[in-house]
Design a protein. Structure first.
Ligand code: 7TS
Length: 414
């Protein structure tokens, strides 16, 4: 039995850890405890090897050459498209558009579908808990078109107020763009209910899957979203690659995003005809090596098994929550019933950044600040939080180290 087959049968966090070389390094003389997974995940050896193998053996530009290397590089690049299609259960491979990441996916929709379809007086709806990348593109569009941005409010626990959402919906609502899982709260939003309600008033729905795709099973057809965007680097893959999924009729009707090589069928100075999906949206030489290596990351997650990963991460979430709640003066921000493995918190009389520095001195990496969700921080009346986000390779012992680090930090700062 191979090592991977063994992992498939039982979740062995220590065997998983061995596949992530960076977890062996020391920071400030201590073994690294990496709790900044919501910002970016670490990479398993197979992803690192795939990158090195691509450049060592197959590097060429894709789609254009007839020589052997070009054919190998093209085949490897296109294989990732098939794997990504299966990973999110898209109906066809043409609906998988490679981007730089979630941010570019959202901007692509704003700059193409948005500019074509949003008119003065139309309404675009987002929520209080959006990442800046799902706020700013819509603000820019609303300003340009004289459209109106509406915000779905949230409860003190960090859950969407669904009754308010349904009240805000009207035939004027043309687009709802909603985060699937909040990067600052961990809240899992009821996207199917949102999509269903939005479709009833004729609105198109975009889902920001940056934080959800690594933790939850994603089935874009069952979800019935119109657009779905995610990033490889939060999914054990390389930085600089992402996927935008869209319903085929929408993608076909949309104007092009960027012009250049690959996205055309024929160019004359009088007129250009555009390529078919997905190439219509993939102008220029893409990030070939990282896209090729992304396949190894998706395969790694699928082989390990999302349900086993989720069970392990849930255990970490429950354990961390119960331990953190025992620290005097600590308040958890985000107590939704449905959460992924992320805890945001503040501690009386301390600044999140000071906590972050003291934890880093113990080799513990957490994120502090507003996490690119400033309006959400304003909703809670705080400048930021300390955020510990857990991944499949984290352990309860590491959470114990976090708790000790926090207890010592509080003693020093309070
Ligand atoms: N949407 C959400 C919900 C995110 O968490 C992020 C990145 C993005 C969009 C943008 O993704 P990108 O890959 O295009 O940058 N979130 C974070 C974070 O929480 N800390 O660093 C980046």
């Amino acid at each position: 039995m191979t090592e991977i087959a063994t992992i498939q049968n039982s979740f062995d966090v220590y065997a998983i850890r061995e596949q992530f070389p960076i977890l062996n390094r020391e920071v400030k003389g201590k073994r690294l405890v990496y709790f900044d997974n919501a910002a970016t995940s670490q990479k398993p050896q197979i992803v690192i090897d795939a990158l090195s193998n691509y450049y060592s053996n197959h590097n060429a530009n894709i789609h254009r050459g007839i020589h052997t290397l070009a054919e190998e590089a093209t085949a490897a690049f296109e294989k990732t498209r098939d794997t990504a299609q299966q990973f999110i259960h898209a109906a066809t491979r043409e609906q998988i558009i490679f981007t730089r990441g979630t941010t570019e996916g959202i901007n692509l929709v704003a700059y193409t579908w948005g500019r074509q379809n949003i008119k003065a007086g139309d309404e675009i709806m987002i929520s209080t808990m959006e990442h800046h990348s799902n706020i700013v593109p819509w603000q820019v569009l609303c300003e340009e078109k004289n459209a109106i941005l509406k915000i779905i409010p949230i409860s003190d626990d960090g859950e969407l107020l669904m009754d308010d959402f349904e009240r805000l919906l009207s035939p004027k609502t043309k687009l709802v763009s909603i985060v699937h899982v909040s990067n600052s709260l961990g809240t899992v939003n009821p996207v199917e209910r949102i999509i269903d309600a939005a479709h009833k008033v004729g609105a198109v729905v975009m889902v920001d899957g940056a934080q959800s795709t690594v933790h939850l099973d994603i089935d874009v057809q069952k979800m019935d979203c119109d657009f779905f965007a995610f990033s490889a680097h939060k999914l054990y893959g390389p930085t600089g690659v992402g996927v935008l999924y869209g319903k085929k009729d929408l993608l076909e009707s949309m104007p092009v995003f960027q012009g250049g090589g690959e996205m055309i069928k024929e160019v004359t100075f009088e007129k250009t005809t555009f390529n078919d999906l997905p190439y219509k949206f993939e102008a220029g030489t893409p990030n070939i090596a990282d896209t090729v290596a992304f396949k190894s990351a998706l395969d790694f997650v699928s082989r390990t098994g999302k349900s086993k990963i989720r069970a392990h991460e849930n255990e970490l979430l429950q354990y961390a929550t119960s331990q953190l709640e025992q620290i005097p003066g600590l308040k958890i921000i985000g107590k939704a019933k449905e959460k992924t493995s992320l805890v945001s918190f503040i501690i009386d009389k301390t600044h999140p950044q000071d906590i972050g520095i003291l934890l880093d001195n113990r080799g513990i990496a957490v994120r502090t600040g507003h996490h690119c969700t400033q309006p959400l921080m304003n909703r809670f009346g705080i400048p930021g939080t300390v955020r510990a986000s857990f991944s499949l390779y984290n352990t309860k012992e590491e959470i114990d180290e976090l708790i000790i680090g926090l207890q010592k930090a509080v003693k020093m700062l309070a």
